[in-house]
Design a protein around this ligand. Structure first.
Ligand code: PLP
Length: 369
């Protein structure tokens, strides 16, 4: 039996190990740990990679979402439209500001927000839309822009799972008011700890995020506003820079594996392969299948050494943390049905062809249970 975990952070580190150990040691010996040369260089390299004028690294994807919303002017009492089928951080960030997340169902192919259902949720309190580019493909930016322009709303994107995604051939990072990225270790670009970034083409947003992440400070000990301690340290920036050099090749390998999976699972009874909208590419942060008999499938894969996980088993409106929103089961039928069937299988670039074949064999067997 083979053992193929869902993610393998150690295998990824091995690819940068020699250079990383050398450079981290240099940082340790330099004494320059915060906002040094690696932060500066990472800002430029990341901005270029995601197609934005500015990239401001912060402590996590959650911080990126929170601080981007604050920089865009979201305040207590405002409403922000988003999806219930995401990691909780998306809606937590809205709540941190005293604003209210207003959930809209997802569309059944991309699992991103169903743009056609947004307008009926807009009220005089609505200030922004927060689409999640889930699993590695973009939400429908043009359709969102049309609604945002009509109702004078901002759009802040949650691209925590979508570094390197393109919408209609244009890199995502500069298309909206701001995009928010996560460098959590298991992300496509993952650090050796927490990390995140806000990217934008708007100099004012970039400037505000830059100040907010450092105690509201532009000049040492001059505080323009109450800010936060959200600076990403030099060791993280250094590791992320090294990995960024490899990210395009890693993404290609993820796409190659997904293509092999798609061909192997297409038409298998009881299984639905991930679908990709024609306006987006897919960078497969997750390769997520729908299975009619998910529980049996997951057990079979576990028993045969193939790691899986469910992203996400419980919609945000059904979480205790959002009980006050009073949105019972049945409120978002598409997301609910997807949440009951979805599961992710390993798709990281270090998988060997033999491991991919083994995973395919076991998934196909699992579908026959
Ligand atoms: C969709 C989504 N939003 C937000 C986050 C939060 O990012 P972080 O864990 O870096 O705070 C994550 C990742 O964990 C995520 O997947």
């Amino acid at each position: 039996m083979q053992n193929i975990p869902l993610v393998n952070v150690k295998a990824q580190f091995a690819q940068i190990q020699t250079e990383a150990e050398k450079q981290v040691l240099e940082i340790l010996r330099s004494g320059a740990y915060i906002l040094g040369q690696h932060n500066k260089a990472f800002e430029t390299e990341l901005a270029e990679y995601v197609g934005a004028k500015y990239a401001v690294p912060v402590k996590s994807g959650t911080d990126a979402l929170f601080v981007a919303l604050r920089a865009a002017g979201i305040q207590a009492g405002d409403e922000v439209i988003t999806t219930p089928f995401t990691f909780i951080a998306t809606a937590e960030a809205i709540r941190y500001l005293g604003a209210t997340p207003i959930f809209v169902d997802i569309e059944p192919e991309s699992y991103c927000i169903d743009v056609d259902q947004i307008e009926k949720k807009i009220t005089p309190k609505t200030k922004a839309i927060l689409p999640v580019h889930l699993f590695g493909q973009a939400a429908d930016i043009d359709a969102l822009e049309t609604i945002a322009q009509k109702h004078n709303l901002l759009i802040i994107g949650d691209a925590c799972q979508s570094i390197g995604v393109e919408y209609k051939g244009r890199p995502l990072g500069g298309l909206l008011t701001a995009e928010c990225y996560s460098f959590y270790p298991t992300k496509n670009l993952g650090g050796c700890g927490e990390g995140g970034a806000v990217t934008t083409n708007d100099p004012e947003i970039a400037d505000k995020v830059r100040i907010l992440r450092a105690h509201g400070m532009r000049e040492t000990y001059k505080h323009e506003t109450i800010g936060y301690n959200m600076r990403l340290d030099e060791i993280q920036c250094c590791i992320l820079r090294l990995k960024l050099q490899k990210l395009t090749a890693w993404t290609k390998r993820r796409q190659e594996i997904a293509k092999i999976y798609n061909a192997a699972f297409q038409g298998v009874a009881g299984l639905q392969i991930p679908l990709v909208k024609n306006y987006s590419n897919h960078i497969y942060h997750q390769y997520a299948l729908l299975a009619d008999k998910r529980e049996a499938m997951q057990k079979y894969l576990k028993d045969n050494g193939v790691g899986t996980a469910v992203h996400y088993p419980i919609l945000l409106n059904l979480q205790v943390a959002f009980a006050d929103l009073n949105l019972p089961a049945g409120s978002f039928p598409v997301a609910e049905s997807v949440a009951q069937k979805i599961f992710s299988i390993p798709v990281y670039p270090e998988l060997t062809d033999a491991e991919v074949s083994y995973a395919i064999e076991k998934v196909r067997e699992g579908a026959q249970l």
